[in-house]
Ligand binder design. Sequence first.
Ligand code: AMP
Ligand code: MG
Length: 416
Amino acid sequence: MLQFISMEEAFGQIKERASSRRVPASQVPLEDTVGCVLAEPAVANLSIPPFNNSARDGVVLSATGLTQARGGSPISLAGELRAGDSVEAANGIEGDAARIMTGAPIPVWADAVVMIEDLEFKSDGTVLVKQLPGSGAWIRPQGSDIAAGSVILNSGRCIIPEHLQALASSGIVDLVVHDSPRVGLCSTGEELVDVKSGPPGSGQIYDSNRPFMTAMIRSFGCDVVINEHVGDTLDEMVGFLNRVMDASLDLVVSSGAVSMGSYDFVKPALEAVGAEIVFHKVTQKPGKPLLFAILPNGTLYFGLPGNPVSTVVNCRFYVHHALSVMLQRPPETALELRLENDVETPEGMAVFLKARCIRGQDGVVVRALEGQESFQTMPLLEMNGWIVLGEQSGSKRAGDLVSFYPSSPHGLPDIF
Ligand code: AMP
Ligand code: MG
């Protein structure tokens, strides 16, 4: 039952399990929410603009004032309105024209504003309109930007500084946002040496997955609260699992030891602590032996195969997918781009290809890079995303449309 599920089934099962594991949320002051994911919709307390106001420095005219202006006669000014004057003060001005500044309230009798560039002020205190305005000109109507009581930002949206303009102006003081997901991770493998404590001895290699996973998972907005290297023994792996279960985490990720080797202890260790193995092995290249499990305390567990590119792909797509669901983020959608070169795919396997989208003569095209083996990390320095082809897609020819996902989820590749 656990043999080889499809890429689509794998995403589906992760979604199903992650939906019931929402990341907790708390109320956070507005200016501290950038980078956080909204857990409850933001509802405007106020309409924007809260009252009709002037979009220009100039003169506000009544319908009668406008008629006078059409006749070419100078108009008397009945007062002056500044930003910050009350609506009542504006309405209290009696006349057919008043000096007005940007942001000042528009009197009830007003029909249009004439901007200063279209006016000629006379020494006798009257004003001549050189360019006639249309009715309603330069008046920003109440509620024309935001309506009070409306949802202005849905849950699942990641806050960027620009959002704070609409949120603050509509009177929102704080937001309910998801806490940073708490993540535990480890790399496994007796051959690994920490990059800070090298050089590697004979038969050893530097551990590159652990710095990668730490950085990538942090870039997803998570706190990495457990971060270890674990040797290739069942006992060590069980010890790690017990520590992560004590730490009440949202998600755990390990790299290595999920294949068919004699020292692939992740699955036996998970079984030993009573975890449920949801799936093991996906019909994909790279990263086929991907394992997804639920720890006895409900925490999601990803066992990523240890080849560096397998770790990148599975972290970028499957771990990110789980976190997105737990944070109620909207699903990612691919860019459909034309291939620049031919691509051969293995029969019946989904593929993730290191790729670079570039500006061609006829618009943006995507190139599958040289060096697609799962140990080859050089192309990771050149790529700006992934071509993803499903199991049924077959080989592709230059000019075919393919799905492209940027290296950074929810971000555009670096050519845009
Ligand atoms: P495994 O999935 O443990 O069988 O490892 C597959 C391949 O990835 C082997 O060549 C490992 O040496 C390599 N590998 C595993 N873990 C890491 C790591 N943390 N950093 C770099 N290479 C690794
Ligand atoms: Mg290993």
